[in-house]
Design a binder for this molecule. Structure first.
Ligand SMILES: O=C1CCC=C1CO
Length: 399
């Protein structure tokens, strides 16, 4: 069914449909499909779904010149901990990804895998089963009591990374990025948002380290900047994007309540801009808006109204992708895209509208999404959402 009490506005005459260059990609619109975990990968092996994944990405890349960022993909087994999320560390995984990348390129669109490491958001018993650690920035600072009891029950206590292990993670990011680029990806997105491993180093709520990776704004930025520098060295800055959620509380992060947390992001983004001004500008910075502090809450719930990401525009002078409950607010999008460097990511409604780009352009009604099918091993709720014309032939009405 279509979303009710929503008044679409056609945006095809706004900047949202003006071309923009992101890395090597000449995009024909400024709509981005952001990383959307769907939990359809095969276990064992964390392999993208051989039967459905290519069709899912094909359906959503039909509008030529559209940028897709893949669902989060683990850089290594140690970085994982969810059985049905994909990885980008093995040849079996890359075989599937190659066919997905090829299909998206046949549609004239672009695809950037998101490199993911879970840290303390992983399931400790899953890691234990595979003889792997339960990692984070610090020992024993669990994201919640449930995770703490799971870790204690399976005797896989949360472990603060040693410096040697930090260096290994950085090598794993490089290995994963090289796999993606050699398999035909247009670039990679470094996942530094939503309470996962890198975010656990950035945020003082989870990083209580006493070494050079903790204890100050500069030290908490060290891990991410070391990863960025090695990625840029390996694949080129134009092939690297990065995602932050400055106001996010998901995964028990500080969010805007901590008055010093914006200073932390100003510093990191400032260091990225310094690098950019020395010729190493990343392809983009991707921001989760304070409109969404927790992606598992429904639209409007949990919005943080005391802050905005606008400050980042005065620091970072490159492309910025903004994500956060925009599909139902075309009037806000119209305002945000008035500059020449803002792109808009539409997450949940790209799940339920394979032809979202056309619908946003023409101001067409949107298919509702089914949250209870976001993360289940079924083709239902994955590749069975109709395009607008298919929906009309199914008798769906705007009424
Ligand atoms: O960032 C998030 C929130 C839920 C899944 C992911 C991975 O991209």
């Amino acid at each position: 069914a279509f979303v009710e009490d929503f008044t679409p506005i056609p945006l095809e005459d706004t900047n949202l449909f003006k071309p923009i260059r992101v890395g090597d990609c000449m995009l024909r619109n400024r709509i981005v499909m952001p990383p959307l975990t769907r939990m359809r990968a095969h276990y064992p092996g964390n392999i993208p779904n051989r039967f459905w994944a290519r069709k899912y990405y094909d359906q959503r890349s039909k509008s030529p010149g559209t940028m897709i960022i893949t669902e989060g993909a683990f850089i290594s087994p140690q970085a994982g901990g969810y059985d049905n999320a994909p990885g980008v560390w093995s040849s079996e995984q890359m075989t599937e990804w190659k066919s997905i990348f090829k299909k998206v390129h046949e549609n004239g669109s672009y695809i950037w895998p998101q490199l993911w490491a879970l840290g303390r958001a992983a399931y400790p018993e899953v890691l234990k089963r595979d003889g792997l650690r339960f990692d984070s920035a610090s020992d024993g600072i669990y994201m919640d009591t449930e995770m703490e009891s799971k870790a204690k029950n399976c005797k896989n206590l949360q472990h603060g990374l040693t410096k040697v292990e930090i260096k290994q993670y950085i090598k794993d990011y490089i290995h994963a990025a090289k796999n993606c680029m050699s398999s035909g990806a247009d670039g990679i997105e470094l996942h530094a948002a939503n309470g996962y491993l890198i975010n656990q180093f950035i945020d003082p709520i989870s990083n209580k380290r006493k070494d050079e990776y903790g204890g100050s704004i500069e030290n908490r930025a060290r891990f991410i900047l070391e990863i960025v520098d090695d990625l840029v060295q390996e694949v080129g800055s134009e092939h690297v994007g990065i995602r932050f959620s400055p106001y996010g509380t998901f995964g028990t992060m500080s969010g805007g309540e901590n008055p010093t947390i914006m200073a932390q992001y100003c510093y990191i983004i400032g260091k990225l801009e310094e690098r950019a001004q020395k010729g190493k500008r990343l392809a983009y910075i991707h921001l989760v808006e304070p409109r969404v502090t927790n992606p598992f809450l429904t639209e409007g719930q949990g919005a943080y109204s005391e802050g905005s990401n606008d400050f980042i525009y005065s620091i970072w002078k490159g492309n910025i992708i903004r994500a956060g409950n925009f599909a139902l607010h075309p009037e806000i999008v119209e305002e945000l895209v008035k500059d020449e460097r803002t792109l808009i990511a539409y997450g949940r409604y790209f799940i339920s509208n394979p032809d979202l780009v056309t619908r946003v352009a023409k101001g067409l009604p949107l298919n509702r999404y089914e949250r209870d099918k976001f993360y289940v091993m079924s083709e239902e709720g994955y590749t069975d959402y109709p395009t607008y014309t298919e929906a009309l032939s199914l008798g769906w009405s705007n009424a």
